[in-house]
Write a protein that binds this ligand. Structure first.
Ligand SMILES: [Zn+2]
Ligand SMILES: [Zn+2]
Length: 606
């Protein structure tokens, strides 16, 4: 098979994972109870229970050494179908495999196993005999495959880290040990991948979030409950300003709504029935049940219903940058990327049926405009559809879903952008168009969304008086161009590696006097920049100049302004741009104009 084929890569990584399991069984006989181990998008992992031993990353060299030996032995991988009863004997002391076998048995299927190093001697692993380990074969696992032909094909692999993982990802189950690794067809591809991984570690938003003092998630507050520190809050506020500005230009009306509301609101909207597992338990106020909002939709329905609407005022675009609260499982919480307190750049557009396409395309333009402003050039779209096997998890009938889906496809085709479809990713009230952006390292992240909804206008009995005097239902578009601001800022931190463009940088310039005697001049400089709205800081601490420069470079400040005798006398500043060694002496007025221009145009470079 072609070695660049993703299916080949999966088979290769899955085989590397079997080699890992075999190596560990050989190193710790009887102590490693294998649970599961699939290939993933960029490698593989192996979950196991370690009985009486503790496996750590310190063990990697000897495990890898053992794995190389198994590769050297060039053992064939052989697929066999056996009865569930035979398989039970083969994995007699393994409760995890027995659990899989219970399920396979209940479906009335045969068990598929893969042998490594199966000998073709008569009697070895025939249908009626699983054979004897060590004699007839080297290793066996219950596994659907596929695999490459032999262990000798797995030439470039690496173990990456050890973590804990619940059996089948369920926190009510036992905690197992997980080893992550990866494999590639060649050493060069593996090396390139490891280099990217190193770079990704440096850009990790949790690490940079701490170093640059952007946010904290204190355990005292609770998992997934993020606090924006002043630096992070500044970044967020600049993004909010951009959103308000662009939306105002585009005819949006901004509102504010409460964080809680009567339970009935969410019964009407359908959230209570179909979204409850993401919602927090009701609280009782004056003997009535209230809910914390997981979405803003019902409140914006109330904005629409604030008075009778005429066809002339449609489309009505109701926007709010609002925080919502959703339950996420503890194992899925991850820094800013998945939190339980989520701030959305939300809006609901109420329009006539003949306006849907135009409105959809306008939202599309807003999204692409915003992405360009952030310097995100590489993205594609996902059309998120219902899970066809679980239609009862969604509102409405087939015809309505097909109509909404057809509209979304028409829109993306008009815009000639790359898209793909994904079943089971829709909202319960309609299909979505999701934006998938690529960061500087080529990793994909889910960002904004646009959704067409015929259900909520029905459920909330929204109407408008049409030109002919008849009452009609508007169509609703839910949209959040960036999605969650927490996730978006997390993405930006990694995309920029913490080096925000000037307009977003928490501190845009730091003034560094060489000695104390320039205090008057430096204070004047700081005051003038502040007057222009520049986020500037004065660092006249006792540290040496080179120490201070190093410190603010680490903080990724776009401009360091060094001021000494010469500059004070001439009314200039010595500007050191981020990422550049040389300093440039500029007139103060010249620098101010330069900076103002960068900020007002939201330029990407320094
Ligand atoms: Zn397997
Ligand atoms: Zn909504």
């Amino acid at each position: 098979m072609d070695k660049n084929n993703p299916e080949y890569l999966k088979a290769l990584r899955h085989t590397a994972e079997h080699i890992l399991m075999q190596a560990m069984e050989e190193l710790w006989p009887g102590k490693i109870i294998k649970a599961m181990g699939p290939p993933t998008d960029d490698g593989f992992y192996f979950d196991f229970e370690a009985k009486g031993v503790k496996i750590s990353e310190d063990d990697f060299p000897r495990i890898e050494e053992k794995m190389y030996q198994i590769v050297q032995r060039n053992l064939p991988l052989v697929r066999k179908e056996i009865s569930v009863e035979e398989a039970r004997k083969l994995f007699a002391n393994n409760p995890y495999k027995q659990e899989w076998l219970d399920e396979i048995g209940a479906r009335g299927e045969k068990a598929v196993v893969y042998y490594t190093g199966l000998k073709s001697t008569p009697g070895a692993a025939r249908r009626d005999s699983p054979g004897v380990k060590g004699e007839n074969y080297a290793f066996v696992d219950l596994c659907a495959g596929p695999h490459v032909k032999s262990t000798g094909e797995v030439k470039a692999f690496k173990l990456l880290k050890v973590a804990g993982a619940y059996w089948r990802g369920d926190e009510r189950n036992k905690m197992l040990t997980r080893i992550y690794g990866t494999a590639f067809p060649s050493q060069k591809e593996l090396d390139d991948y490891l280099k990217r991984l190193e770079e990704a570690k440096k850009r990790d938003h949790r690490k940079l979030g701490q170093e640059l003092e952007l946010f904290v998630i204190p355990s005292e507050v609770g998992p997934g409950l993020l606090i924006w520190l002043p630096n992070g809050a500044t970044v967020r506020r600049e993004i909010e300003k951009l959103i308000y500005q662009e939306q105002e230009k585009r005819g949006y009306l901004h509102v504010y709504s409460p964080h809680i509301g009567r339970k009935q609101l969410w019964v009407t909207s359908g959230h209570w029935d179909l979204y409850r597992d993401k919602m927090y338990a009701p609280m009782t106020i004056d003997e009535e049940e209230y809910l914390v909002k997981p979405m803003n939709c019902p409140f914006h329905m109330m904005v629409y219903r604030a008075r009778p609407r005429s066809y002339r005022e449609l489309p009505l675009r109701v926007a709010e940058i609002a925080s919502v609260y959703r339950y996420e499982r503890p194992g899925e919480l991850s820094g800013m990327l998945r939190v339980r307190y989520i701030t959305q750049d939300d809006a609901h557009i109420f329009c006539r049926p003949d306006q849907v396409m135009d409105e959809f395309l306008r939202v599309f333009d807003l999204i692409t405009f915003l992405l360009a402003t952030f310097g995100v050039e590489d993205y594609r779209f996902r059309i998120s559809l219902r899970d066809p096997k679980n239609k009862d998890k969604y509102l409405g009938d087939d015809a309505i879903w097909q109509e909404a889906e057809a509209k979304i496809i028409e829109a993306v085709e008009k815009k000639k952008v790359p898209y793909f479809k994904a079943e089971g990713e829709a909202a319960f009230y309609g299909p979505k168009l999701d934006v998938i952006v690529k960061d500087a390292l080529g990793r994909e992240w889910q960002a904004g969304t646009i959704q067409i909804d015929f259900m909520l206008p029905e459920r909330f009995q929204l109407e408008y008086i049409d030109a002919d005097g008849q009452k009609r239902r508007p169509v609703l578009i839910h949209r959040a161009p960036l999605g969650s601001l927490e996730r978006w800022v997390g993405f930006l931190i990694e995309h920029y590696g913490g080096a925000f463009p000037v307009w977003l940088a928490p501190i845009q310039a730091v003034v560094l006097p060489i000695t104390e005697k320039h205090n008057n001049y430096t204070q004047k400089l700081v005051d003038q920049l502040k007057e222009e709205g520049v986020r500037v800081k004065l660092d006249n601490s006792n540290q040496t100049l080179s120490y201070r420069i190093r410190h603010w470079e680490m903080q990724k400040v776009p401009y360091l302004l060094v001021v000494g005798d010469r500059e004070a006398k001439r009314g200039t500043v010595n500007v050191r741009k981020r990422g550049e060694e040389k300093q440039v002496e500029l007139e103060l007025a010249e620098f101010k104009n330069y900076l103002k221009d960068k900020i007002s145009h939201r330029s990407l470079g320094v």
